[in-house]
Design a protein around this ligand. Structure first.
Ligand code: HEC
Ligand SMILES: [Cu+2]
Length: 486
């Protein structure tokens, strides 16, 4: 009968639905981990230990989930890229990569992000360990001299990248604004003897690799992905010679490896070692017996191995020209007894030397001559140029051409040339809200510049005398008048 036929159909359908549902429950057990984590109650409050690379804070072990306060300060500072070459780094906590943050599943992180008053730019932070808009970027935009606070609960275990996400994002990352945050599972990662923090990054400089002096960021090379330097831990030689990481024969080593990019992916490899374990992409899946692991830009991996023989093990990006010509070369020095069964050959510390300049030496202190205060207009303009290259160029670019949709041009700017007092006021007090420059609209933030009246007069005189502008002379007296108003 038709009726019975339908009944049978219904039973079959019910059975299939049941089967489907039970499959789904199986799959959802994983998800339930993070659901479970959301409901973990925290106990007490502690301040997070933060470390500069290559070191990491102590393991969480059996610690219960807690309220974890992270105090991180953004610092913009000039530092050595390689012998005789310096770069204006933007950093989370004063190092590249930024301070390592170590948490466990269920922790409630209260993040205090401070932007040092001497910094020139606003910044923020996007933590890949955060579940929420922009990974925190939406609530962490912070101007120089300010501190923002936001909170999040870490619910997925793993090794995560954090980075600045302020426009132009690529430039902030290219200048060193990235680091790692580790979320350990309940009960912690298995204990090992040595743990280290390594992060790769690519840098784009106006001069080519090795060209001496303070090198400015080069936007064109960054867009074309033509890196001048590819390095571990922010500079050539951060992990070589005296700075090499160390272990003893028989010890287990865990490397927390990240890649800040901004552009390149890393083929991470340790010459003469096989990774016993790799937490692929920093997640929970573990692969064994790996030679080279791929670390995407904005990604990470945890690699673990036991060192069985002594010697110097070279850490590389196996995209090998980067290693021997651009800087991505580190060293793990292992001391202890030979094991002729595992390896019989001669050991040497000098097998691989970078063809680039990895020789360590003290940075040369620039001859600091007492400079007389500039008086003539020409002297003031030349003083203004050096202020411009330290203070304004990051946004308005070296030739005043600005950056599309982010920073208005100062070159041939109708806005600038129309009103000198307004220009003075912008440099003195900053500017937000819409402006139209040469027919294009910009709506962003220029932070107030902490410059003296003389410095503002000189930098504006330089700007007015350059790039087809009106040649207006700006004096300290004019600046003082604008400053005294309100
Ligand atoms: C943090 C990036 C930043 C820095 C550093 C910066 N500016 Fe600006 N500037 C901006 C932005 C963004 C605007 C547009 C503001 C808006 O949208 O309201 C702007 C606008 C201007 C304007 C008016 C618009 C125009 O193009 O004529 C002038 C003049 C100016 N800046 C001069 C300077 C000078 C001189 C310095 C260095 C002393 C400087 N700025 C440093 C970001 C910056
Ligand atoms: Cu930034």
């Amino acid at each position: 009968m038709l009726n019975r036929f339908f009944k049978r159909r219904i039973i079959v359908i019910l059975i299939s639905i049941f089967t489907l549902l039970s499959c789904k429950t199986d799959k959802e057990t994983n998800k339930n981990d993070s659901l479970f984590a959301i409901n973990i109650k925290t106990q007490g409050q502690v301040e997070a230990e933060l470390t500069a690379p290559p070191f990491v804070p102590k393991p969480v072990g059996k610690r219960k989930a807690t309220k974890l306060t992270v105090n991180m300060e953004i610092i913009e500072k000039e530092a050595e890229m390689t012998d005789g070459v310096t770069y204006m780094y933007w950093t989370f906590g004063g190092s590249v990569p930024g301070s390592f943050i170590r948490t466990r599943v269920g922790d409630e992180v209260e993040f205090h992000l401070k932007n040092h008053p001497d910094n020139k730019l606003p910044h923020n932070i996007d933590l890949h360990a955060v579940t929420g808009p922009g990974g925190g970027a939406a609530s962490s935009f912070v101007a120089p001299g300010h501190e923002v606070v936001f909170s999040f609960k870490v619910i997925n275990p793993g090794l995560y990248v954090y980075h600045c996400a302020t426009a132009p994002v690529g430039m902030h990352i290219a200048n060193g604004m990235y680091g790692l945050i580790l979320v350990e599972p309940e009960g912690g990662l298995s204990p090992v003897d040595k743990e280290y923090y390594i992060m790769q990054g690519d840098f784009y400089t106006e001069g080519n690799n090795g060209e001496k002096g303070l090198q400015a960021f080069d936007m064109n090379k960054a867009v074309k992905e033509q890196a001048d330097y590819v390095v571990f831990n922010g500079k050539v030689g951060a992990l070589t010679g005296e700075n090499a990481i160390t272990a003893k024969v028989g010890e287990t080593v865990r490397l927390f490896v990240g890649n800040g990019g901004p552009n390149l992916v890393s083929s991470f490899h340790v010459i003469g070692e096989i990774f016993d374990k790799v937490h692929i992409e920093g997640g929970s899946l573990i692969n064994n017996d790996v030679q080279t692991t791929l670390i995407p830009a904005g990604g990470a991996a945890i690699v673990e191995f036991r060192v069985d023989v002594p010697g110097t093990f070279i850490i590389v990006d196996h995209s090998i020209f980067r290693t021997f010509n651009k800087g991505s070369l580190g060293m793990l020095k292992v001391t202890g007894e030979d094991n002729k069964t595992i390896y019989s050959g001669t050991q040497s510390d000098n097998v691989y030397h970078s063809e680039g300049g990895t020789i360590q030496s003290m940075p040369i202190d620039a001859n600091k001559k007492a400079v007389a205060k500039p008086t003539t207009l020409a002297e003031r303009i030349s003083d203004g140029k050096s202020i411009y290259n330290k203070t304004c160029f990051a946004c308005h670019q070296a030739n005043g051409e600005g950056l599309n949709n982010a920073f208005p041009p100062l070159a041939k700017s109708d806005f600038l040339n129309a009103d000198v007092n307004r220009a003075i006021e912008i440099v003195l007090k900053g500017k937000t809200g819409e402006v139209t420059v040469n027919g294009k609209k910009y709506n962003s933030v220029m932070t107030a510049q902490t410059l003296s009246d003389d410095e503002i007069a000189n930098v504006l005189s330089y700007v007015y005398s350059s790039w087809g502008n009106s040649n207006k002379e700006v004096t300290a007296k004019m600046v003082a008048e604008v400053r005294s108003k309100k």
